[in-house]
Design a protein around this ligand. Structure first.
Ligand code: SF4
Length: 145
C-alpha cells in the first residue's frame, strides 16, 4: 500500500484530502476550499495541482459568481485508502520524541535564534523542559537497573 511518504504529501495536502474524504458528495470548488480550510489560496492551488498529478483529484474549469475556478472531483477510494495508511503510520519513527519538545509548540519559534530576544541559550521554557526530561530519563534508568 502506498504511504504519505511515498507520495511526498505534506500537511496541507493531507488536510485537503481529509476534507475531501469527509465531504464526499458535496460540490467543492477550489475558490471555496481554501477559505473552508483557512489556508492560503496559492497553497491550495499548488497542492491541488500536485494532487491532480498524483491522481487524487480531477479539476474541471468552472465559473462561480462570475469568476473562473475549478470544480474538484475527488477520487474518493484512492484518497480513503491513502488516508488509512497515513493514520496507521502516524508521524513516523523519526519524529518520536521530537513532537513533545517545547519549541515545537512555542509561539516564538520563528523569532528565536542565538543572540536574539528569544534565545535558546537562555530560554527558561527550554531549560525547564530539558530539566524535566533529564529527571524522567534518570528515573527510567534507575528503574531498569
Ligand atoms: S528556545 Fe524557548 S523561545 Fe525559543 S523556540 Fe524554544 S521554547 Fe521558544
Amino acid at each position: 500500500m502506498t504511504s504519505q511518504q511515498d507520495y511526498k504529501l505534506n500537511d496541507d495536502d493531507v488536510k485537503i484530502l481529509k476534507y475531501l474524504s469527509k465531504n464526499t458528495g458535496k460540490t467543492v470548488y477550489q475558490s471555496e476550499l481554501w477559505k473552508e480550510l483557512k489556508l492560503d489560496s496559492r497553497v491550495v492551488s499548488r497542492s491541488l495541482q500536485k494532487l491532480e498529478g498524483l491522481g487524487f483529484v480531477k479539476r474541471k474549469e468552472a465559473v462561480v459568481k462570475g469568476r473562473k475556478t475549478f470544480l474538484i472531483e475527488p477520487e474518493t477510494r484512492k484518497i480513503q485508502e491513502t488516508l488509512t495508511v497515513v493514520k496507521t503510520q502516524g508521524p513516523g519513527k523519526e519524529f518520536e520524541g521530537v513532537l513533545d519538545v517545547v519549541c515545537v509548540s512555542c509561539p516564538f519559534i520563528y523569532r528565536c535564534y542565538q543572540g536574539g530576544y528569544y534565545d535558546p541559550t537562555n530560554c527558561s521554557m527550554l531549560s525547564e523542559y530539558i530539566k524535566k526530561r533529564v529527571e524522567v530519563d534518570t528515573k527510567s534508568v534507575e528503574l531498569k537497573t
